[in-house]
Design a protein around this ligand. Sequence first.
Ligand SMILES: NC(=O)c1ccc[n+]([C@@H]2O[C@H](COP(=O)([O-])OP(=O)(O)OC[C@H]3O[C@@H](n4cnc5c(N)ncnc54)[C@H](OP(=O)(O)O)[C@@H]3O)[C@@H](O)[C@H]2O)c1
Length: 268
Amino acid sequence: MAVTRTAVVTGASSGIGRAIALALAEDGCTTLVLQGRNRERLDEVAAEISGAHPSATVHTAQHDLTVEGISAFCEQTKGLCTEGVDVLVNNVGGVDPSAALPCESVTSEAYESMMHLNFKIPVLVLSGLSASLNEGGSVLFISSLNATSPEAGGGLYCAPKAAVNMYVKCAALDLAPKGIRVNSLSPGYCSTRFHDQLMPAEVRQVVETTGLAAANALKGMMTPEDVAASAVFLCSDRARMITGTDLLCDAGLGVNANAGTVLGLALS
Ligand SMILES: NC(=O)c1ccc[n+]([C@@H]2O[C@H](COP(=O)([O-])OP(=O)(O)OC[C@H]3O[C@@H](n4cnc5c(N)ncnc54)[C@H](OP(=O)(O)O)[C@@H]3O)[C@@H](O)[C@H]2O)c1
């Protein structure tokens, strides 16, 4: 009998979430629910998966994940996944450029916006879908190297990602009695739309060539597919004894003590 596996991926319309959705289908997930906001990009990813895996059932769930949007997304997903969910990837997150502020300038609006995007969304999505998680299932939060590596002006991004890493450990304890694993995966710099609004194109080009080529201890640029390979591992039975942990996938950016200096030189 064919084994069926159902995966739900938030932020699947772009970047790392897109790569994870494609990789989970490649790894044998037979039903996928892909959340995103942009209809066109979401449909493109769904079509890409259906083209490569014609027997897979691919659903799209277009929602802006406001508090109401999270409820609507979870209700839609529960309706689609009547046999339960085996893999949940909480990938949505990012930086609102207007919230990249030094601590002296932080506002209540910026705080609410970044905590919502990077902490509240994954916490409430897990809560909303936890009753649907099957025994033996796996939950993965996409965190960041910035959860453990600070950046000036980046407190409103780094702090909720650090909160994610701790939340994952508590959720792992909550769900272990049900045989469900919960982990986080922390990418380093990866070229996606995430960075589009954060720096001008010419600066980004220098960062992604000279800067990161030197700052990553492993030379070369990390891709969303590199992150997706680690995600698939953590969501698979090969990681069946791994829970409550964070895996760094950062091309050695974090371990390279000279990274800041090298990136600074590239930008100067
Ligand atoms: N790229 C990096 O260097 C990097 C490094 C460390 C960690 N990360 C983490 O990796 C994750 C994915 O980032 P990425 O680089 O792949 O970024 P991305 O290409 O910008 O993708 C972000 C995804 O999240 C969705 N999204 C964003 N805000 C949303 C909201 N309020 N409601 C619903 N959906 C929303 C987007 O949907 P639409 O496009 O449809 O609007 C998109 O699918 C994030 O958690 C990020 O913090 C990224």
